[in-house]
Design a protein around this ligand. Structure first.
Ligand SMILES: NC(=O)c1ccc[n+]([C@@H]2O[C@H](COP(=O)([O-])OP(=O)(O)OC[C@H]3O[C@@H](n4cnc5c(N)ncnc54)[C@H](O)[C@@H]3O)[C@@H](O)[C@H]2O)c1
Length: 336
């Protein structure tokens, strides 16, 4: 079986991707420092797949650990999820973000070069587009100045990859620009595990419905959108995980020194209020929410044009917004 190193593989998107890789006949080797997850995820992955995945607890910036992993396993590809992702925290501690998110990519590329590993899928984000001038967003849409150090780390990592591939190191790279990942595995055994107050809408919704949070604040209902609240493209995490499988299958057909980017979204925008109503519909719960003032720095509306990933990778999302809400709610309830 083709062995794929998944940095940050015990995290939200990484754990779901481990399942989809395994289902597609690839063996995930997981590296995670557990800074934003916990080791139980490995047991949960075994319950879903029947397989105890190889797991290394450690930091992706630790070159000697990466070398040890490569010496122990014939790694053929890498998915680099490992990063810090809290936008607000990144404005308080920018160096922490540059060190971890950019530093770990540099270490990883060196180790890949030294060990003859050619294929890399990199976790990028629609944050690189900022508030786009034209919607929907294609991959040719110009990137905007980053709104936060976190967003800037994604832009810088993309630029590093472009420059590196131009130097002809023999590698093949796909950067996937995720829109808004939501949902959980339909088994309810893995899902998003926010530490502290959730930064994202859907965990905040499910925690409010579960009584962990008192109420949800909708930041603004007077924007130029169908109901005045902000619009995002919410993609089910299992569909997103599948995009990584398709990316590896596509890379296998390409020659050396290849780089490309793909949007991963549904191609549809939904307002915050539509998400709340979809949640209420599938859960049967009445959500305690209030309308608050606009939040400075919020992108008003963005959603993906997915023509490229549909046509080139043959990837299409299978889950609806209602599916995402149902799976997120079941996951929340499974946490007790
Ligand atoms: N969730 C989103 O909304 C979103 C959107 C766009 C892009 N992304 C990107 O996708 C990737 C995965 O995001 P996620 O939502 O699964 O986040 P997550 O925090 O759940 O997963 C990241 C994992 O990486 C681990 N980690 C962090 N730094 C590490 C290091 N130096 N060495 C080893 N492990 C490390 C964490 O413990 C965590 O388990 C990140 O790169 C993130 O920036 C996420």
């Amino acid at each position: 079986m083709k062995k794929i190193l998944i940095t940050g593989g015990a995290g939200y998107i990484g754990s779901h991707t481990a399942v989809e890789l395994w289902n597609a006949g690839m063996e995930p080797i997981i590296l995670d420092d557990l800074s934003n997850t916990n080791e139980d995820v490995l047991d949960r992955l075994k319950e879903i797949t029947g397989k105890q995945f190889v797991f290394y607890k450690g930091d992706c910036n630790d070159k000697s650990l990466l070398e040890k992993i490569c010496a122990a396993h014939q790694i053929e590809g890498v998915i680099h999820f490992a990063a810090f992702k809290a936008v607000g925290e990144s404005t308080q501690f920018p160096l922490k973000y540059y060190q971890n998110n950019v530093g770990s990519l540099l270490v990883l590329l060196q180790v890949m070069k030294e060990n003859g590993i050619h294929d890399l899928v990199f976790s990028s984000s629609c944050t690189v587009y900022g508030q786009p001038d034209v919607l929907p967003v294609t991959e040719a849409t110009p990137r905007k100045k980053a709104e936060s150090p976190y967003g800037n780390t994604k832009k810088i990592c993309e630029d590093i990859l472009v420059d590196y591939v131009k130097s002809k190191p023999g590698i093949r790279v796909i950067a996937l620009r995720y829109f808004n990942p939501v949902g959980a595995h339909p088994s309810s055994k893995i899902g998003e595990l926010p530490i502290g107050t959730p930064q994202n809408l859907v965990p905040f919704i499910t925690q409010t419905a579960a009584g962990i949070r008192e109420k949800l604040t909708v930041f603004g209902n007077d924007y130029d959108t169908s109901d005045g609240s902000c619009v995002r493209d919410y993609i089910h995490v299992v569909d997103l995980a599948d995009a990584h499988v398709k990316a590896f299958q596509y890379l296998a057909e390409k020659g050396a020194d290849f780089y490309d980017v793909f949007n991963v979204g549904t191609g549809n925008g939904n307002t915050v209020l539509e998400v709340i109503h979809a949640f209420e519909k599938v859960s049967g719960e009445k959500l305690n929410y209030v309308i608050g003032p606009r939040r400075p720095g919020d992108v008003v509306k963005t959603w993906a044009d997915t023509t490229k990933i549909n046509q080139v990778l043959g990837w299409y999302p299978k889950f609806s917004l209602e599916d995402s809400m149902r799976d997120s709610w079941n996951w929340q309830k499974s946490l007790g």
